[in-house]
Design a protein around this ligand. Structure first.
Ligand SMILES: [Ca+2]
Ligand SMILES: [Ca+2]
Length: 199
């Protein structure tokens, strides 16, 4: 497309040079200066509520969860550039921590004092994305634990393209499995999420 534009401008200039008559009495000239060809900006931002968007944003801290609890993670992604986004992925980087000494009940069953067990018991029970008033199920993530998702990017379906200025709302519910044992007591998990967009 860009190559086609360059060729068109060059040939138009050549035609103008050929038809300029050397013996005209009345003369006139039109000029076209400072023409530019540039590439579009490609930029996405993330927001908690859809009002202000950032390149980097802290989204959640959930504490004192007990087995059976669930929490919802909600964020908005905006195409802040001027090129449509056709592919959006989210990658989770999970770090399991014991978060201090083992509790007495935990110490009886947890034989890895340096590594936590929580992410293996945090299950994504639903994940949907809303774009242009339509809700789309992110089925590839549902039923997986945060440990399963660690380092494996999840494709976020957009139902087409995310146009410049358009936003997508992502909702993800995480459940602390009732099957979690005492090895998870006082554990914590840090979750980094990276969104990648492609033209
Ligand atoms: Ca452990
Ligand atoms: Ca533990």
């Amino acid at each position: 497309m860009r190559r086609w534009a360059v060729v068109l401008i060059t040939s138009t200039l050549m035609v103008l040079m050929l038809v300029l008559p050397a013996w005209s009495i009345f003369t006139d000239r039109a000029t076209s200066n400072k023409n530019t060809i540039s590439s579009g900006e490609f930029d996405i931002g993330i927001s908690k509520d859809g009002s202000r968007f950032y390149n980097d944003l802290h989204l959640f801290d959930f504490s004192d969860l007990k087995p059976g609890d669930s929490r919802e993670i909600v964020f908005h992604v905006k195409n802040r550039g001027d090129v449509a986004v056709s592919k959006l992925t989210i990658a989770f980087t999970i770090n399991d921590l014991e978060d201090g000494p083992l509790s007495p009940a935990e110490a009886k069953v947890d034989h890895t004092p340096d590594v936590g067990e929580l992410s293996d018991n945090l299950v994504v029970t639903s994940m949907t994305v809303e774009v242009g008033g339509k809700a789309i199920n992110v089925s590839s993530a549902v039923g997986k634990t945060l440990k399963d998702l660690n380092g494996k990017p999840v494709s976020i379906p957009l139902g087409g393209k995310l146009a410049p200025g358009e936003t997508a709302k992502v909702m993800m519910r995480v459940w602390f499995s009732k099957n979690a044992g005492n090895e998870c007591q006082t554990d914590s998990v840090s979750v980094n999420m990276t969104l990648d967009a492609q033209q």
